[in-house]
Design a protein around this ligand. Structure first.
Ligand SMILES: Cc1cc2nc3c(=O)[nH]c(=O)nc-3n(C[C@H](O)[C@H](O)[C@H](O)COP(=O)(O)OP(=O)(O)OC[C@H]3O[C@@H](n4cnc5c(N)ncnc54)[C@H](O)[C@@H]3O)c2cc1C
Length: 405
């Protein structure tokens, strides 16, 4: 992306995903949301269309598009269905892009390639029953035993818990580390390893058509070659995976604002009160204007973050801002959209009640709004500066990304 213009490739991929969502997902989303199940065709079709590896280099099984394209894909997916964008956040943002950044060549071939092809699904196992925002408090352990680690612990609130094959798992390797941040390491735990069990959480407010659950490791033997990065780099790896995951959440939330805006415009032009369409009432127009503002600003923020990723420029601060703003605003947009629909918005006859429920989780996961406010204040006050990482997310290089093996 140069300036603000999207190139033909970026527009083409966005159009393809829009078409897929409208034709193949939208017609059944209410039914699967009510059933609390994912459309069984969704992931295989996303794999077939190359969506699950859209911004991964071709030699690692992906489609070789840039990071801005990933943002556009997430916007189009969440405009239709939040659960599919959540898939991209964990499979691509938090897991595959973590492997692209921190994995060695062998690990990229073994784990990233099948993930990019959509033969395997990836997930991110950081949160525990007693550790969410406070990542350094995790209690899961990995004890070295010859050529293996023995991992034990429980992860909670894991998206794709019962669907994923590869969990990027964070565990404590050094029980005596002075700084708790230096105690963690990252591992690729495979769902078919002996001692791995998982289950779904029931009774969720939103993303009902997706899997969110727990994963347990009971003395799971994981080979040393499954350790991602060095021992003690787990905290840094988790944070840099979040820089990628938050980008997908921000761009997805932008799509949800667009969905609320479109639904509101349609309804406001149809519904009549006091002898005219409600679109003619100024207080309704104000809500439409707000939604348009929230959409435009959210889009600029995520495009900036995607552009920085393309250039290989560190974007923790900008991505945090994009995620915080877009998720808070997507909740507000869904709330205003429901209000515009009056009582009809309160039933699942219309989509807006689902938008409201689905928008809520994103204000909690990948850094709560409070955590992003603390981050933004720390940057503004000069308390926080990003340090260079041993492995940075590679800048987008069209030639390298398109090269065959
Ligand atoms: C739908 C969904 C999907 C998820 N998917 C995943 C996943 O795939 N992988 C994964 O690892 N996790 C996942 N999570 C977990 C999510 O990342 C955590 O819920 C999140 O990090 C917050 O942790 P917590 O829920 O333990 O809240 P807590 O950390 O206990 O926070 C509770 C409240 O206190 C506030 N708070 C905490 N610390 C501070 C502070 N220092 N100052 C001010 N306020 C503070 C928080 O903002 C929050 O309002 C998911 C969660 C949801 C809801």
């Amino acid at each position: 992306m140069l300036g603000f213009a999207l190139n033909e490739e970026q527009k083409g991929v966005a159009e393809m995903v829009k078409d897929f969502g409208e034709r193949e997902i939208y017609p059944t989303i209410k039914e699967y949301d009510r059933l609390h199940e994912m459309n069984p065709q969704a992931l295989p079709r996303m794999a077939e269309l190359g969506i699950l590896g859209v911004n991964i280099p071709v030699r690692y099984g992906g489609q070789g598009f840039d990071y801005v394209t990933l943002g556009l894909v997430c916007e189009e997916l969440e405009r239709i269905d939040t659960t599919l964008r959540v898939v991209m956040s964990v499979h691509m943002g938090l897991n595959s892009m973590g492997l692209l950044q921190w994995g060695d060549e062998q690990q990229k071939m073994k784990f990233l390639k099948p993930q990019a092809k959509g033969e395997k699904y990836g997930a991110f196992a950081l949160t525990e029953p007693g550790a969410g925002s406070d990542v350094a408090a995790i209690e899961s352990t990995a004890r070295r035993d010859g050529g293996d680690y023995i991992i034990s612990g429980e992860k909670m609130w894991i998206s794709l818990a019962t669907t994923a094959h590869h969990f990027l798992w964070f565990a404590r390797t050094d029980l005596n580390a002075e700084a708790p941040h230096k105690a963690l390491s990252a591992f690729m735990v495979q769902d078919d390893m002996s001692g791995v069990t998982s289950g779904d959480i029931h009774g969720k407010l939103g993303v009902r058509a997706g899997s969110t659950g727990w994963v347990n490791c009971d003395n799971v033997r994981v080979p040393v070659r499954n350790r991602i990065g060095e021992e003690g780099e787990g905290f840094k790896i988790a944070m840099s995976c979040l820089d990628s995951g938050r980008f997908t959440v921000a761009s997805g939330a932008t799509g949800l604002i667009r969905a609320s805006l479109e639904a509101s415009i349609n309804y406001a032009n149809e519904r009549q009160t006091f002898g005219k369409p409600i679109a003619q009432h100024q207080l309704i127009q104000q809500k439409i204007a707000w939604m348009q503002q929230w959409y435009d600003v959210s889009k600029l923020l995520y495009l900036k973050s995607g552009w920085m990723k393309n250039e290989g420029v560190r974007n923790t601060r900008e991505t945090s801002m994009a995620k915080w703003y877009a998720t808070d605003m997507s909740f507000k947009a869904a709330h205003e959209a429901l209000q515009i629909h009056g009582a009809y918005g309160y039933s699942d006859e219309y989509d807006v009640e689902r938008y409201l429920r689905n928008s809520r989780g994103a204000i909690i996961y990948e850094g709560t709004s409070e955590i992003h406010q603390l981050m933004q204040a720390s940057y503004a006050l000069g308390f926080r500066q990003d340090k260079h990482l041993r492995c940075e997310l590679p800048a987008y290089d069209p030639e390298l990304w398109g090269e065959l093996e």
